[in-house]
Ligand binder design. Structure first.
Ligand code: AFP
Length: 337
């Protein structure tokens, strides 16, 4: 009989860190704290249908979108889980307009954490998967306190990134630049167990994910590319199938496992002022780091996402992400627009 080894996320993180002589364990502690926050959020998301917590608070976030109670809960939960450990020096969240400093009573760490606490939350009432996305950098400034400068970075400077998808099961997927690993939460023991080691995204897929309701706002290159995917050509696997949940983590996670391309191009209603929707620091960069580590590509259409120097906390970018060959083909269409 084959013997199976159960590897918890804690064990995995510790073993990976041991490979780096001189590692202080700080980073292990950080990911540990994050996985605890994820378990607590998962518990709340799973009982959302039962709890009074459902429904709008009546508030709006910095982007003018309605905020659900669970967004606020997840935001607070992550801040509380991360502020006291001594690993983090500053945080920024999609839900907060400004950076989140570490309170004076706690030690300042050397890492910067940026996160989207509950992405896709407009889907919660319909029991659709939602997710948490996180991105970690080393501190850059040297003053007494970390500043917004520590957050305005290029994605290529990330030291780790990941997401938690609260779906038919809860999964945490992360990279520290040495492959992408996925862990499934076993609710009976409250542990994330290694279920997907060294995830590789197929070099091309048969799935495309885009909000087709926006067709009239796309640039010509995107319109032509999507029309191309619908043509029949068995030698290139076309037509592709459309799968769009409207919950980035869930759409991305499916495409990461099965192969395919996710697109959120800019809105070209005013061709002089294209308007992207997704956020560079909280959504695009962390998923870009993951997809590259899995063998895929993340592009704005005209360049690598992780090469963009952030100039503001809530900066938005077009995001075309997924299987390598699919994204390269898109870039060709986009450049000919
Ligand atoms: P919410 O968090 O407001 O549900 O937004 C989700 C999201 O940022 C991302 O998860 C989706 O991929 C995208 O928006 C969906 O946007 P559309 O509704 O415009 O397709």
């Amino acid at each position: 009989m084959q013997k199976s080894t159960v590897i918890t996320i804690q064990r995995h993180i510790v073993e990976k860190e041991r490979a780096f002589p001189g590692a202080t364990g700080d980073f292990t502690g950080l990911l540990w704290d994050l996985s605890l926050a994820a378990k607590i959020i998962s518990r709340e998301v799973n009982k959302a249908g039962l709890a009074e917590i459902l429904g709008l608070t009546g508030g709006v976030n910095v982007h003018g979108e309605a905020v659900k109670k669970l967004d606020i809960y997840a935001n607070e939960r992550i801040c509380k889980a991360m502020e006291h450990g001594g690993h983090i020096c500053i945080m920024a969240s999609e839900e907060d307009e400004d950076v989140i400093p570490i309170p004076d009573e706690f030690p300042q760490g050397k890492y910067v954490l940026m996160f989207d606490p509950l992405d896709g939350s407009s889907n919660i009432d319909a029991n659709v998967s939602v997710g948490t996305i996180f991105s970690i950098y080393r501190r850059k400034t040297t003053g007494k306190k970390a500043t917004v400068e520590d957050c305005l970075r290029k994605g290529s400077e990330q030291v780790a990134a990941g997401y938690i998808v609260y779906g038919s099961s809860t999964m945490m997927v992360y990279t520290t630049g040495h492959g992408v690993h996925g862990f499934t939460l076993d609710p009976s023991i409250g542990e994330f167990l290694l279920s997907h080691e060294n995830i590789r995204i197929p070099s091309n897929g048969k799935i495309y994910s885009i909000n087709e309701g926006n067709t009239n706002t796309w640039d010509e290159g995107t319109r032509k590319y999507i029309a191309y995917l619908k043509e029949s050509d068995p030698s290139t696997g076309r037509p592709y199938s459309l799968r769009y949940i409207g919950s980035l983590v869930a759409d991305f996670h499916r495409n990461l496992l099965y192969g395919g391309i996710f697109l959120y191009p800019a809105d070209y209603k005013d061709p002089k002022k294209p308007k992207p929707k997704l956020r560079l620091l909280y959504e695009a960069n962390p998923l870009a780091f993951i997809v590259e580590q899995a063998g895929g590509i993340a592009s704005s259409g005209s360049g690598r996402i992780m090469d963009i120097q952030a100039s503001e906390l809530h900066q938005k970018v077009p995001l075309i992400i997924g299987s390598r060959e699919d994204v390269l083909t898109y870039e060709k269409f986009f450049s000919q627009k």
